[in-house]
Design a protein around this ligand. Structure first.
Ligand code: PTJ
Length: 265
């Protein structure tokens, strides 16, 4: 099995870090196609590091947050899923499937607005089956108040009541909150500004979260508004982030004793 045929990197499926390497190569391929920005490689590496200390699995607190996030997306009046280069490179098909099942539009919103990137991301999403892609028509764009980065240029996000921001820098969540919007963040770093400012924070890898959200969306679509509201009301983001941090501490303690056993020989 070749992960990157152009460079002939043979990585067998039996490789203990196959999954991680597969996504690394998707990011590298994304860089070559302009989908991912150079800083996206660094962001991915930071994500890998946090993934390592949560045990590279979707934890119980993450599952709780995912349920609340799906319920919130189903109940929102004008929800939008924001798309950056990394998520478009990692899981375009799953992201498109989630948008379709929830009937939520995808809006390309970039921190690094290099020439040709929006077009490249649009192509990836279209290839994955997306039809309603926003953030591509400059004439429809307005500027978000309180935000100086390129992310200020938005289309549907301007009027959205709920914005889902998978893996991003911290500047925007704060601005969106000040504009009284609800924010769902997917961020492997539980103490990032994005994670701490969001209403619902899923501390997990987007490559696991989005497929899980599709599964939960199929289930929650059968519920009525009262039942969906109950899921949201029973979710406490502050407690959930605290539980996540406790799990990380526990995991590191466990790894520490295992490492000491190996070091003892
Ligand atoms: O495509 P653009 O131009 O919009 O730029 C996108 C990046 C990601 C480069 C930009 O938003 C950025 O610089 O982000 P930061 O500040 O590096 O933050 C990214 C956050 O996402 C960090 O907290 C990472 O730990 C986290 N992260 C990285 N990979 C993943 C992730 N979270 C969930 N799943 C991942 N796969």
């Amino acid at each position: 099995m070749t992960l990157d045929e152009n460079e002939n990197h043979e990585i067998p499926k039996t490789h203990p870090r196959y999954e991680s390497l597969k996504y690394r190569h998707k990011i590298i391929e994304g860089l070559k196609k302009l989908v991912v920005t150079e800083a996206g490689l660094i962001a991915h590496g930071r994500g890998e590091c946090f993934d390592y200390i949560i045990g590279e699995k979707t934890t119980q607190p993450a599952k709780k947050a995912i349920r609340a996030a799906v319920a919130a997306l189903l109940i929102a009046e004008k929800p939008v899923i924001s798309v950056n280069g990394n998520i478009a490179a990692l899981i375009p098909e799953e992201l498109t499937a989630l948008a379709k099942i929830l009937k939520v539009p995808l809006e390309i919103n970039l921190f690094y607005r290099k020439e040709g990137r929006i077009e490249a991301i649009k192509n990836v999403l279209q290839k994955a089956g997306a039809t309603d892609i926003r953030g591509i028509n400059e004439e429809k764009m307005v500027e978000l108040q309180g935000l100086e980065s390129n992310r200020r240029k938005v289309d549907l996000i301007a009027k959205a009541d709920l914005v889902m921001v998978p893996l991003e820098d911290g500047d925007r969540t704060e601005a969106l909150k000040k504009l009284k919007k609800k924010v769902i963040a997917i961020d492997l770093n539980p103490i990032s500004r994005t994670a701490l400012w969001a209403d619902i924070t899923v501390v997990d890898n987007v490559v696991r979260t989005i497929p899980k959200m599709i599964e939960i969306a199929k289930e929650l679509k059968k519920l009525n508004r009262i039942q969906l509201n109950k899921i949201i009301d029973n979710f406490n983001n502050k407690n959930n982030i605290q539980n996540m941090l406790d799990l990380i501490i526990e995991y590191i303690e466990k790894q520490k004793s295992e490492a000491f056993n190996i070091l003892k020989g």
